[in-house]
Ligand binder design. Structure first.
Ligand SMILES: Cc1ncc(COP(=O)(O)O)c(C=O)c1O
Length: 393
């Protein structure tokens, strides 16, 4: 059995493409095109060259000596925070803009939570001279305003969304609504392993460069190509999918996913979808969703805008159900503590999202010889105000 997508676009019972009639043609076109393009020589060449010369890949695999001592293992950090625009999101947007161009689409739309995907999309649109519209919940516009300014400077139109609790779910709803109104000329760059098939698989493939590099880098540093543990945070799941992609069917590797516990999974203020979600449909995919007894989606909460989402990618829901991955809920305060710890011990200020992956370390028990690779999905520049507010109060 493989944990990758099957021919029908499912991971076990999760996934599929549940879209309104008007989008059927667009989604079908994408399903019929994406593999041909992603596997073509000219795409691979252009993608690899941009990842190298524009993004700055390969991102380093850094041996974190002081953090290793603290947790009693050999801990490596995969430094996606060092990418151009400050997170892993750019890997995916470069791939999708190249696909959009090959499909003859000129108008690009995107949703964003933390703003990292919005900035990454605005960046590649500037690079390729394409129109860019980004939907972002008003709450996120306020808490991630530096990224909003960056998107505007890059030439994107940022549309604040005022429905729901004005976060990522609501921004995604608006982006899908826009797509329904402009199906012919618009390409929707989804920022995570969510949405209708083929998005989860396509985004995972575009992010899989992360584990491709980990394999080579571990071979150089440890003389073996697989770690004992892989750890990543999960909002929709793209940095985690990239981190585990080439190890997903390798049972020697333990996969640990950190979701956002918010103020605690039993407080009603949480985004811990694996812990609390029930099967439902969200943004075109069948997956776990945090919902009430009537099937209404509950408003999620996390201090981290990028993890503040009531759904989860179908790949990750299946990994959890099949017990291929351990899923831990990391609360706001645990993530903040872990962010300060990384900063003090290694001189690296992580994004709030990545801080949730770091917060999983204290919940695990390692043997001294264990090789652990943890993905630092983004840098903390966008979160400085939140970090400072917390320390000053
Ligand atoms: C730095 C960073 N890490 C992680 C995430 C979560 O997304 P995903 O689960 O798709 O990696 C985000 C989303 O905005 C992000 O900005």
């Amino acid at each position: 059995m493989s944990f990758l997508v099957n021919q029908d676009g499912y991971y076990g019972e999760f996934g599929g493409a549940y879209v309104p009639e008007i989008l059927h043609k667009c989604v079908e076109e994408l399903q019929n095109t994406y593999l041909k393009v992603l596997q073509s020589e000219d795409f691979k060449q252009e993608f690899d060259q941009l990842l190298r010369d524009y993004v700055g890949r390969p991102s380093p695999l850094y041996y974190a000596r002081r953090l290793s001592e603290k947790y009693g293992c050999k801990l490596y950090l995969k430094r996606e925070d060092l990418n151009h625009t400050g997170a892993h999101k750019i890997n995916n947007t470069i791939g999708q803009i190249l696909l959009a161009r090959r499909m003859g689409k000129h108008r690009i739309i995107a949703e964003t939570g933390a703003g990292q995907h919005g900035v990454a999309t605005a960046t590649v649109c500037a690079l390729m001279n394409m129109e860019c519209i980004v939907y972002m919940g008003k709450t996120d516009v306020e808490r991630q305003h530096i990224n909003v300014e960056k998107m505007k400077m890059l030439g994107a139109t940022v549309i604040p969304v005022t429905s729901g609790n004005m976060t990522l779910k609501d921004a995604t709803n608006e982006a899908i609504r826009d797509w329904c109104c402009h199906p012919a000329d618009t390409y929707y760059i989804i920022g995570s392993t969510v949405g209708p098939h083929p998005y989860p698989d396509m985004v995972a493939r575009l992010q899989s460069v992360i584990s491709e590099e980990i394999k080579k880098q571990l071979m150089e540093k440890e003389g073996r190509d697989c770690p004992d543990y892989l750890i990543a945070c999960v909002g929709g799941g793209s940095n985690a999918a990239g981190t585990i992609y080439h190890y997903i069917d390798d049972s020697r590797v333990q996969i640990v996913l950190a979701e956002a516990g918010g103020k605690g999974i039993d407080t009603g203020m949480t985004a811990a979808t694996i812990a609390l979600g029930k099967m439902g449909i969200i943004h075109g995919a069948r997956t776990y969703v945090i919902q009430n007894e009537d099937g209404q989606i509950e408003e999620p909460y996390s201090i981290s805008a990028g993890l503040d989402y009531p759904g989860i990618g179908p790949m990750h829901a299946n990994l959890a159900v099949q017990k291929r991955a351990i899923v831990l809920a990391v609360n706001d305060d645990e993530a903040i503590r872990a962010a300060y710890e990384l900063t003090k011990l290694e001189g690296i200020i992580p994004a709030l999202e990545s801080a949730h992956a770091l917060g999983a370390l204290e919940k695990l028990t390692f043997k001294p010889k264990d090789v652990v690779v943890l993905t630092v999905s983004g840098r903390g520049d966008k979160d400085i105000e939140t970090y400072l507010e917390l320390i000053n109060n």
